[in-house]
Design a protein. Sequence first.
Length: 186
Amino acid sequence: MGCLGHLLRARAFGGLIGVESADGHAPSCYTGAVLVVACLDLSPSTPSVFEAAAMLAQATSATLVVLHVAAPEPDFIGYDVGPQSVRNAVAHEIRSEHRALETWRTQAAERGLAVRALIVQGPTVERILDHAERLGADYIVVGSHGHATLRHLIHGSVAKGVLQRATKPVLLVPCGPPGQASLDDA
């Protein structure tokens, strides 16, 4: 079964299936404009996460924000801003990520969705949660890659960090091989 077939395995899907948000209140789909934040990491799972977020935005007549968190500036010991070659490489990567994110924004707009694209830089979980709060998001959509436990122990997990700390409903889209993704691997 593909990622879209697993949509109902989300931790919370707000008022759409009768679940309250983490703060105990109904999402703003009952009180005004709805905002869905789709967290796109620009990996092979991005199409599945985008599709789930677009479906949610269409179902709730929401504005869709496609959000990408770029890697933070590298830290340099003994340098103020780092070697020029590294700064150039980082700038090139951010421009490339911006073009990719703009492609997703265009696809959403072509579906008739109200959409905004946002690229930010920094620690991924913190930036997702910070921008979701700043924007007044009603839903956060993230993908779970279903990586092996050793990688999870070493690197941690964006999906799990968002699930644990979010104050809004989170839609978790499993994107690993069927049967591999779980909240333990999130």
